[in-house]
Design a protein around this ligand. Structure first.
Ligand SMILES: Cc1cc2nc3c(=O)[nH]c(=O)nc-3n(C[C@H](O)[C@H](O)[C@H](O)COP(=O)(O)OP(=O)(O)OC[C@H]3O[C@@H](n4cnc5c(N)ncnc54)[C@H](O)[C@@H]3O)c2cc1C
Length: 369
């Protein structure tokens, strides 16, 4: 019996497995798709996450960014990072670096899929492998989470740390629509689309363009490449969405689209709990608020370290509290910003407020970074 079986070779699963191997645990990764795979992602990695990756021995090539810029039709405000820069990294490059590190540590990555899971008091078996624990890092729509009955509204205690939007249950929906606020269905179904453009980055910041349609992120990922990720609850093609951001469209005029458009969503994933016996959820599988603050990978890395600590201590029950502790600030800030974003009166005031209070904006950006 091995110590840890990891389902999923994305950033969360690979980082969990690397951390476990460095801790001296015997670990195997099961990943159904060929690596490296591309994925819809803004590809901006927070500075703290870049440091953590380096400590794991993972140093992907990318392009540093030094802060965040918010723009709307009439405002532009910059928040620079006070400590180290973040890194724009092509998803495939990140995957390759993580999997090279797994190979150098001798961690097997099996081309298989976890489906049926059986467990008893001392072990868990999946994909023909028996382990002390299973880390489910199978992504946003986690089939493992669903099969364990962990998908859905969390209990009230867990909601307290998620920001005002999350605390409004379904009963509040009717009241909200009566006073003209978006209903839960309208505010929750956000999706992301991402495309690259062959063009030299024009800024050393990640730019976030705001419009009534949603937000468009521009991340420099190489000296001749930027990624553009559009987040919206509207249906439509990437090009039709881009028309809602005329300033960005002007920036991209003449730039050649590189590669295909990738999409992901619905982004919001509610989770009842992160532990089911010997199975622990990590990364997007453990729950997701939104890509609005671009923190998914940082949270995945932080929580993966907690998961491995719980496995080392043979204390799976401690993981839920640890997961909440290390992710609450990001969930709170993202949940609160999303809450404001989904209110028709507040949304147009977000960028003007950031421009009027640049110190507050910079403080929030630096907390997240
Ligand atoms: C539009 C968009 C923009 C984003 N921008 C940013 C950003 O700028 N910065 C940032 O940090 N984050 C960003 N994120 C979030 C970030 O992409 C995710 O948080 C991150 O990819 C989570 O990694 P993961 O390993 O949990 O999941 P994934 O990367 O989805 O990996 C899951 C893996 O599990 C595998 N799998 C699936 N089913 C099974 C199974 N049954 N058994 C075994 N394996 C299985 C899949 O093949 C996959 O390889 C963004 C997300 C979106 C949608």
């Amino acid at each position: 019996m091995i110590d840890l079986l990891v389902a999923g070779g994305g950033p969360a699963g690979a980082a969990t497995a690397i951390r476990a191997a460095l801790a001296g645990l015997e670990v195997i990764v099961v990943e159904p798709r060929e690596v490296p795979q591309d994925k819809a992602c803004g590809e901006g990695i927070a500075g703290s996450a870049v440091d953590y990756l380096q400590r794991l021995g993972v140093s992907p090539a990318g392009r540093p960014f030094h802060g965040i810029r918010y723009l709307d039709a009439g405002h532009c405000v910059d928040a620079r990072f006070r400590v180290g820069p973040g890194l724009g990294v092509r998803r495939t490059t990140l995957q390759e670096s993580l999997h090279n590190r797994l190979a150098s540590l001798g961690v097997p990555v099996l081309r298989d899929r976890v489906s049926v899971i059986t467990q008893d008091l001392t072990s868990v078996t999946a994909a023909g492998i028996t382990a002390r624990y299973l880390a489910a890092a199978d992504g946003l729509h986690s089939p493992i989470r669903r099969s364990l009955g962990l998908t859905g509204q969390p209990h009230l205690g867990a909601l307290r740390s998620l920001g005002p939007l999350a605390r409004l249950g379904p009963a509040a929906g009717e009241a909200r629509s009566r006073i003209g606020l978006p209903t839960p269905a309208a505010v929750e179904v956000r999706r992301g689309l991402r495309r690259h453009y062959s063009v030299a980055p024009w800024s050393e910041l990640v730019e976030v363009y705001w419009s009534p349609l949603g937000e468009a992120y521009v991340t420099p990922v190489a000296d001749d490449l930027v990624g553009v990720a559009v987040l919206t609850s509207e249906r439509g093609s990437f090009d039709s969405h881009l028309a809602a951001f005329p300033a960005l469209q002007r920036r991209l005029a003449g730039a050649v689209p590189a590669g295909t458009v990738l999409g992901a969503g619905p982004l919001r994933q509610r989770v009842r709990g992160r532990v089911a016996g010997r199975v622990l959820l990590v990364g997007d599988a453990a729950g997701y608020v939104d890509a609005l603050t671009g923190e998914g990978i940082a949270v995945a890395l932080r929580t993966s370290a907690e998961l491995v600590r719980c496995v080392e201590r043979d204390d799976p029950a401690a993981y839920e509290a640890a997961w909440r502790r290390v992710s609450w600030e990001c969930r709170f800030l993202t949940g609160s910003l999303l809450w404001a974003r989904n209110r028709s009166l507040l949304a147009p005031r977000i960028v003007p407020a950031a421009a009027a209070l640049p110190g507050v904006f910079a403080a929030i950006v630096n907390r997240l970074g």
